[in-house]
Design a protein around this ligand. Sequence first.
Ligand code: NI
Length: 189
Amino acid sequence: MILPIYTYGAPILRSRTQPVEQNTPELQKLIDDMIQTMHGAEGIGLAAPQVGRSERLFVVDLGPLVEELEAEGEKVPAQPMVFLNAELVRDEGEPTEFEEGCLSIPDIREYVKRPESVTIHYLDRNFEPVEARFEGMLARVVQHEYDHVEGVLFVDRISPFRRRLLRRRLRDMADGKVEAEYPIAGVPA
Ligand code: NI
């Protein structure tokens, strides 16, 4: 089932997520729905707050990018990936800049600086603990989604100058002036 995506200004995007304690059929259904929603919106990552939920959960699927990345020598695990109760262990390397977007902030893309690799601890969808180090595109996406479960959005990480230029568009979005090519929940009052 495709879920509507909450957009910039929705309080849930800023709320703290809660660790998932139990593997239930409802949780597995939520994971499937989030993967379907991400695919439907042609996104490469989606976090629970973006569909109005407070579980510490995000999903990633580099999908069509995998072939290209592997051709460039990046190792990419089987996709999609599910991250439950993720905790940052460390990030490393010179920060690199890359253009990011977000399904919760339609039509805005900005360069964001992030460390080039990240080690995180999480549970996969079978509740198996994993500690993994990601680099390149996967490190980028995982850090963006990890931010979501911490209530942080990529526009928080752009330069004050760029943010000033975006201020009006973001304010309009928070006022409900927002459209997307996928179902959105918008900004509930
Ligand atoms: Ni996002």
